[in-house]
Design a protein around this ligand. Structure first.
Ligand code: TXA
Ligand code: MG
Length: 329
């Protein structure tokens, strides 16, 4: 059985972590599935329940700078500059790992990803435990991340010790991940803290990760964020409306929340709503998720990144229906 803990029950949650159990908790980005960083057996259990490949390292969540110094070494002036500006917040910084942290966390690497979440429940839990908490997003590997505690239960009810019932996550998309191991630093995963914001604070350029970047986040190569319902992207509302006509029950997503003249159920697409809508489509048996895409390109690189990954990752035959080129229409 999975306990549903109220936010004021962090003491109980910390006790479970101390016993080596797994506890899911809210952050400002998405829910995390936590274990104590100093409990290798519990960390192995995270990989098992998620079905996570062992070569995909975990983020260590801290609540103060002295915890950072316990688990990381050789912290650079760049690190302190960014941390001072953005911690706590939706930024994860990859630095050199202290040898006392098990290699299971870092998937054998000598590096560690650090994040200080901007959420009172998460911060309270880490403080109560008195140790950093390692946590991936609290979803089955490959599925959309959990932005509500009910999503966590959809994936893990009966499999983990507890979930803390926080509110819906404020941001809804995972943290920005930046590697400080190279010069210039490399943006491994876009998020709410943008490339421009990072460059402004560093006062120097950063590089975008591509398939050849040696420090790339291993997580970005896997199928990700994918609902079972097929997704199609459209560059024009006419093309989307045509597709909607042949669907039994289309879920229509756009930044405006309404594509004029299209039959179907319309929703506002935003970073905050993306994963919840993907999960809703599966749960309520929509026949397809139809997304008006052109307006998104300029709007939000993080949202765009998650949509592309969720589609490239789609593994069912239906994924052939994904229309990315303009001349598809
Ligand atoms: O917002 C977030 O970051 C959420 C909340 C729970 O904090 N966590 C999250 O964790 O998204 P996860 O495990 O789903 O994604 C972590 C990403 C993966 O792409 C992983 O490969 C990368 O960070 N990562 C972790 N440690 C790394 C390291 N040492 N070097 C390079 N990439 C790393
Ligand atoms: Mg994840």
């Amino acid at each position: 059985m999975t306990y549903r803990l109220k936010p004021e029950e962090v003491e109980r949650a910390a006790e479970l972590l101390r016993e080596g159990k797994l506890v899911a908790f809210p952050t400002e980005t998405v829910y995390g599935l936590g274990a104590s960083i100093f409990n290798p057996e519990a960390i192995k259990e995270i990989f098992r329940v998620k079905g996570r490949p062992a070569d995909n390292p975990l983020i260590a969540h801290v609540c103060n700078f002295s915890q950072i110094e316990q688990i990381a070494i050789e912290l650079s002036p760049r690190f302190f500059r960014l941390a001072k500006q953005f911690f706590p917040g939706p930024l994860t910084l990859v630095v050199k790992k202290h040898a006392r942290v098990t290699d299971i966390v870092s998937a054998g690497r000598d590096t560690i990803a650090l994040r200080m979440p901007q959420n009172p429940i998460a911060m309270g839990l880490i403080a109560e435990l008195g140790e950093p908490i390692v946590a991936p997003s609290a979803n089955l590997s490959g599925k959309p991340s959990a932005t509500h505690f009910e999503h966590v239960l959809e994936d893990f009810d009966g499999e983990i010790a507890a979930v803390i019932e926080g509110e819906q996550c404020a941001l809804g998309i995972e943290s920005t991940v930046l590697s400080l191991l190279r010069d210039p630093p490399v943006l491994l995963r876009p998020g709410a803290i943008t490339k421009q914001m990072l460059e402004d604070v560093l006062d120097s350029p950063i590089q975008l990760a591509d398939a050849h970047t040696p420090v790339a986040a291993p997580g970005m190569k896997y199928r990700h964020y994918s609902p079972n319902t097929p997704i199609e992207l459209f560059y024009t509302s006419q093309a989307l409306c045509l597709a909607a006509q042949r669907e039994r029950r289309p879920m229509i997503l756009s930044l405006q929340g309404e594509v004029a003249g299209c039959l179907g159920e319309h929703f506002v697409l935003s970073p905050r709503s993306l994963y919840a809508l993907f999960r809703l489509a599966d749960k309520e048996n929509y026949s397809a998720i139809l997304i008006l895409y052109d307006e998104l390109q300029a709007a939000d690189p993080a949202l765009q990144n998650r949509m592309i990954l969720s589609i490239n990752g789609a593994h069912r035959p239906f994924s052939k229906r994904v229309l990315l080129g303009k001349n598809c229409f």
